[in-house]
Design a protein around this ligand. Structure first.
Ligand SMILES: [Zn+2]
Length: 250
């Protein structure tokens, strides 16, 4: 356990930022570039790296005013958005001391992402941005479910609870990213068209919308720009959903 934390710590760096809301100097941990070795992506595109969960380090949170954002969106607020954050977040936020730590626990990272979600909705962020935050919350709850120790007397209960939270966040992501798909240009939430369509297909499947799922998948499978890896994932999902559709017809 301590080895694992030391290994994770070695891949991190403290980055300094100026908060666009309160102008204070703040820090956030970030993954050093090229330090995390990519292993695989899960069925919902959750990235897996060796020795570190990179999704935990994708937020910047100001302990003085409460403003939080995904790293890539931290400096891009408009004047109107900053006004909304000052009136609705900063005015109600109790400043606190920044806590020293070596790594972020998954729970702490979820708290940071939830603050990010609140701020993103409050500032009237785009559907793609809100959806992106929800995708990451869903991923972290799945990681949290995996982290529950087998000898925990409440292991089953906890896993079920975390997976339910993951589903809730995924369905919110589905809603916002579907809207973004209609209204915004690509990339959406960092994804190109085929990648987003695959993710929407997966969410549609989770929701039991099998026809919608198949429509998204047919586009992904026939597109020339789909990577072999994504095509494989799409074909696997297509098989599962085809079976479900046949079940429903029988
Ligand atoms: Zn601030």
């Amino acid at each position: 356990m301590e080895d694992a934390i030391a290994k994770e710590k070695a891949m991190l760096i403290d980055r300094k930022y100026t908060c666009p809301i309160c102008d204070k100097q703040i820090r956030a941990k970030a993954v050093k570039s090229n330090s995390a070795k990519f292993v695989d992506t899960m069925v919902d595109l959750r990235p897996i790296h060796s020795g570190i969960n990179v999704t935990k380090y994708d937020t910047i949170c100001c302990p003085y005013c409460g403003f939080a954002a995904l790293t890539k969106n931290f400096t891009t607020t408009t004047q109107t958005q900053r006004k909304l954050i000052r009136e609705q977040i900063q005015a109600n936020y109790k400043p606190r001391e920044e806590v020293e730590c070596d790594t972020y626990t998954t729970e702490a990272a979820i708290t940071r992402l939830k603050m990010t979600l609140l701020c993103t909705v409050t500032k009237g962020g785009k559907d793609s941005e809100i959806g992106n935050v929800c995708v990451k919350i869903s991923w972290l709850y799945e990681s949290l479910a995996e982290e529950v120790a087998d000898d925990d007397p409440k292991a089953e209960e906890k896993r079920a609870q975390y997976l339910k939270e993951a589903d809730n966040a995924a369905m919110k992501a589905y809603q916002h990213l579907s809207t973004a798909r209609m209204k915004e240009g690509f990339p959406i939430a960092g994804m190109n068209e085929t990648t987003l369509d695959y993710l929407l297909a997966y969410y549609a499947y989770k929701k039991g919308e099998y026809q919608t799922c198949m429509q998204y998948l047919s586009g992904v499978v026939t597109s020339k720009s789909t990577s072999p890896r994504l095509k494989d994932k799409s074909l696997e999902l297509k098989d599962i959903v085809s079976a479900k559709l046949h079940e429903n017809q029988a």
